[in-house]
Write a protein that binds this ligand. Structure first.
Ligand code: SAH
Length: 476
């Protein structure tokens, strides 16, 4: 078989930056251009090195050496997959496949997440980049490669590889050498590769379960929704599993009106149960309302208002003359409307409050001109790579005088009797931060945007692990 001939030794992906000083690519990948670095993965080894590192052009290579025997040994999958010869003799060690995606996620995690310790502004910026994949299997042919990458703005070159260079009469293989060129953020390039390489290959080396849906949605965020090949991408990525495909497509709702509700409303209940013995939500509302009142705010926003608990407390206080709740979940807004009995409020009360459907990821003129904004137990629901978008929406565009943000203090989790170790308080939390993590984030945001910030505990403070909730109050 050609894939085992001498031309295919290992899996290779290269990424070239053409923007001088091109070696900045090293900061973005968190890998020094002048060293070779190697990583052990469950299925083999990954090496990162730079075949070229000049000011004008810098190429990083990710080389995978897949161990076919280790592959079988570590194979996870449904029972009944026997140890057939096919498992040992196949093209996996030579072609770009979901192994490459796993390696990207492990070895280039920060870059895939859009983070750079030293050069965040570069991570956020589009750069003239080129990715080359040495051997990409694609049974759908060249046109599928184009249909997948061109709508994302890439100039695509796909060269079909002969089955074996020594025997041209054997004809062409279904393997391609592909280069993709675009002005693109490195994070986006890596996300596109992460999702689309396994889509092209259509084989997955591991069992596809619910967490694959999560990975697809996470790495498809911002581009998959509007991709013309969305149904095919989802179907192929999830190995044609109908239930998963249906779930994923249903959750890939229109970006402007995302509606990830149903799950959220039930999970809110779970979080309440965990925190109930402390009556923590009451303490949180009290703390937030005091922080607003202390600043004299009258026109206030409740961002990610959920089912409207804070809105109710705000309505009860006459200081607040205009109260606007916004949430991405339409279902939560409907519940809030019912709970607040908005339809039955006397006209003067009703004038004070409005509910808006919208996402905190997108600039929104309706959020400008307020005295204060609260963001109560919301940021931990946002994907870390998208926190930067949220930060800009709130701190650059909406820019109220005062911003109150609360989030769980993860150090406190060990004190919750009903919360198993290592788990988050809520299934939809993308992260939970220690006090130091929250402060690092909040003070960087404050200094970037001209606010100052103070930190207050919410709930009884434990001498060792702090208070259950942490709150930052930003003023400008
Ligand atoms: N602040 C409320 C709800 C917290 S739960 C309370 O304290 O009770 C988190 C809320 O954030 C959910 O209602 C969820 O729909 C909302 N949310 C998550 N991502 C959002 C986004 N991108 N834009 C707006 N709201 C979002």
């Amino acid at each position: 078989m050609a894939a085992r001939s001498s031309i295919f030794k290992s899996v290779l992906l290269t990424i070239t930056n053409f923007e001088p000083p091109a070696t900045d690519l090293g900061y973005l990948l968190h890998k020094n251009p002048f060293h070779v670095q190697s990583f052990e993965l469950s299925f083999g080894k990954a090496h990162v090195f730079y075949p070229e590192a000049s000011k004008e052009r810098c190429t990083a290579a990710l080389l995978l050496e897949i161990d076919p025997v280790g592959l079988v040994r570590n194979r996870r999958g449904p029972a009944g997959e026997g140890g057939t010869l096919d498992q040992y003799v196949n093209d996996r060690p030579y072609v770009a496949s979901s192994f490459l995606s796993v390696a990207i996620a492990r070895v280039l995690a920060s870059a895939l997440g859009g983070r750079s310790k030293e050069r965040q502004e570069l991570a956020d910026k589009k750069l003239p980049l080129e990715a080359a994949i040495a051997v990409l299997p694609c049974r759908g042919g060249e046109s599928l490669i184009q249909r997948l990458f061109e709508p994302l703005g890439y100039e695509v070159r796909a060269e079909r590889q002969p089955l074996d260079k020594r025997f041209p009469e054997w004809g062409e293989s279904s393997y391609y050498k592909v280069t993709l060129k675009s002005d693109v953020r490195l994070q986006d390039l890596l996300s596109h590769l992460y999702v689309l390489i396994p889509v092209l290959d259509e084989e997955k080396h591991y069992w596809v379960g619910d967490d694959e849906v999560e990975k697809l949605l996470r790495h498809g965020e911002g581009w998959l929704q509007s991709h013309p090949e969305k149904p095919a991408i989802v179907r192929r990525y999830l190995k044609h599993q109908h239930r998963l495909t249906r779930d994923a497509l249903a959750r890939l709702v229109d970006e402007d009106q995302p509606d990830p509700d149903a799950a959220d409303t039930t999970h809110v209940q779970e979080e309440l149960v965990i925190e109930a013995p402390l009556r923590l939500w009451e303490q949180r509302l009290g703390a937030v309302v005091s922080a607003l009142k202390a600043g004299g705010a009258q026109r206030v926003l409740d961002l990610g208002c959920g089912e409207g608990r804070l809105l109710r407390a705000l309505l009860e206080d006459k200081q607040f003359s205009e109260i606007v709740g916004i949430d991405v979940s339409f279902r939560s807004l409907e519940i809030a409307k019912e709970r607040l009995r908005l339809d039955q409020l006397p006209p003067r009360q009703k004038e004070r409050i409005r509910l808006l459907h919208g996402s905190l990821m997108y600039k929104d003129r309706r959020l400008s001109g307020f005295d204060a904004a609260c963001v109560v137990e919301v940021i931990e629901h946002l994907d870390p790579p998208r926190l930067a978008a949220f930060e800009r929406v709130l701190f650059e565009h909406a820019r109220p005088d005062r911003i109150v943000i609360t989030t769980p203090n993860s150090e406190y989790n060990v004190r919750f009797a009903t919360l198993p170790g290592g788990q988050f308080r809520h299934k939809d939390h993308r992260f939970e931060w220690t006090r130091e993590q929250f402060r690092t984030w909040a003070s960087a945001v404050a200094s970037r945007s001209g606010y100052s910030v103070i930190y207050l505990p919410v709930g009884a403070e434990d001498p060792e692990v702090g208070a259950p909730t942490q709150m930052g109050v930003f003023t400008r």
